[in-house]
Design a protein around this ligand. Structure first.
Ligand SMILES: Nc1ncnc2c1ncn2[C@@H]1O[C@H](COP(=O)(O)OP(=O)(O)OP(=O)(O)O)[C@@H](O)[C@H]1O
Ligand SMILES: [Mg+2]
Length: 255
């Protein structure tokens, strides 16, 4: 069975076709990448899969189940997590608190529990804390767990965003430009972290402009241009693809 699949996925914003008839398959446990020039539709493609936007037409299937019409929280509950291009963290809260909020998504306490502070809620709070500490360790942020997110480096913020996604126990994570705005050394560290996720069995799909990183990291790459899939394949196939080279200014971005 195909792990995650899009069929003829299309999104129109008025007259603009941001994602145009995209068929894409993702294999379990692999690192998949989506590249393409600015405005190519990469983030929109993620938004369609994770339920933040409704497609104009087409389907998204996760482990054979049609998730196209499900709301984003239901999709997250099924094990599909994502990060955002601009980090959506609470800068005035600690790393730990940011992650506990993320984990709440998966737990069952409702408002009544919250008001009466039932046993279940207390139990879940402890579980959240344990789970949060577990993912903080996984992304190697123990040293800054009690620091405010606003005081972190860009790379630490990216790791926090990873941890937030991981706290929901995902089977697949969609990472929108996880290494944007971090220096080359830190980029290497983030790449290693993505490999660690894949080794743990979490399927990774990332959008990235950093070609050197992508070519080393990805098992499979899809190239979008003006909303259309123009190529799909292994890094070496993509690097030598004429259409892909033309889509980038002078081809220099693929070097
Ligand atoms: N909510 C929206 N309403 C209208 N147009 C949108 C919306 N979101 C995206 N677009 C348009 O859809 C196109 C694709 O945008 P998208 O953000 O998916 O591109 P991208 O490939 O992620 O680009 P970048 O590399 O700059 O992040 C762009 O032309 C963009 O202006
Ligand atoms: Mg984008």
């Amino acid at each position: 069975m195909i792990f995650l699949e899009t069929r003829n996925l299309t999104k129109k914003f008025g007259g603009l076709v941001a994602v145009n008839n995209v068929d894409f398959t993702i294999e379990q446990g692999k690192i998949n990448a989506i590249i393409g020039p600015n405005g190519a539709g990469k983030s929109t493609f993620f938004n369609l899969i994770s339920g933040f936007h409704q497609p104009s037409s087409g389907q998204v299937l996760f482990k054979g189940q049609d998730i196209t019409k499900l709301p984003s929280n239901k999709i997250a509950e099924l094990g599909v997590a994502r990060t955002f291009q601009t980090t959506n963290l609470f800068e005035q809260s600690t790393v730990l608190d940011n992650i506990i909020v993320g984990h709440r998504l998966r737990t069952n306490s409702n408002l009544i529990d919250a008001i009466f502070r039932t046993k279940r809620l207390k139990l879940e709070e402890a579980m959240c804390r344990d789970k949060a500490m577990e993912v903080i360790e996984f992304v190697d942020l123990q040293k800054v767990a009690y620091k405010l997110v606003g005081s972190l480096t860009q790379e630490e913020k990216k790791r926090t965003a990873f941890a937030l996604a991981l706290a929901t126990n995902p089977e697949i994570v969609f990472l929108d430009e996880p290494a944007a705005g971090v220096n080359p050394d830190e980029t290497e560290g983030l790449a290693e972290l993505m490999q660690k996720m894949a080794r743990k069995g979490i399927t990774v799909c990332l959008i990235e402009h950093k070609m050197q990183m992508i070519m080393k990291l990805a098992d499979k790459i899809m190239v979008l241009n003006y909303g259309e899939k123009i190529a799909e394949g292994k890094p070496e196939e993509i690097q030598n693809n004429e259409t892909v080279i033309k889509a980038y200014l002078g081809g220099s971005a693929i070097a």
